[in-house]
Design a protein around this ligand. Sequence first.
Ligand code: DX5
Ligand code: ZN
Length: 211
Amino acid sequence: MRVAPSILSADFGKLESEVKAICEAGCDFVHIDVMDGHFVPNLTIGPCVVESVVKAATKPLDIHLMVQNNPFFVDLFAPFQPEFISFHIEEEKHANRLAQKIRSLGIKPAIVLNPHTGLDSIEYLLEYIDMVLIMSVNPGFGGQKFIPNILDKIKALKDKIALLNPSCLVEVDGGVSDSNIESLKEAGVDIVVAGSYVFSGDYRQRIESLK
Ligand code: DX5
Ligand code: ZN
């Protein structure tokens, strides 16, 4: 299992040392939650903050957009050359076009599904993307409770991926901890995002407990 700590739960007063610490503690990606106050009722990280993250990070960035006007934000964050840029299908009429644009910038495109969003919406997209990010909480805030029926969705998604794009990765975001990691592993998840769980304990021990 690869682990992407969400810096939303980091101490922003010492962000660079927090990022350094999770990288040294063995994380695989640094997950950055970009919220615009419109798509979700919270406002978080812009490019100035990502500049500080990039200075400190020794692991690739995983940028999760929770915004309206996705193409604007892709242009804003693409210069940081993250490994992934994920955008929500609920907010994108031209998802195929945007996925191709992200790929043309040398970045892996990923589609995010809210907890209530079904898999039909991505059936014809799977072959154009590198990852599906399944939200296991309603996006907007760290520290929420994991929604258990997501496990059924992951199983159904894995079947579609096997048929349509076997190299597509599955990432899960929200409420991940040592109490649900075994079921996520069993379901075949490739990457977990964990915010409050990683940052509320010893970083190395918490990251290792999810691997
Ligand atoms: C929620 C964010 C998550 C969140 C994860 O909208 O996308 O990345 O910060 O935090 P925890 O692990 O605390 O649920
Ligand atoms: Zn996220």
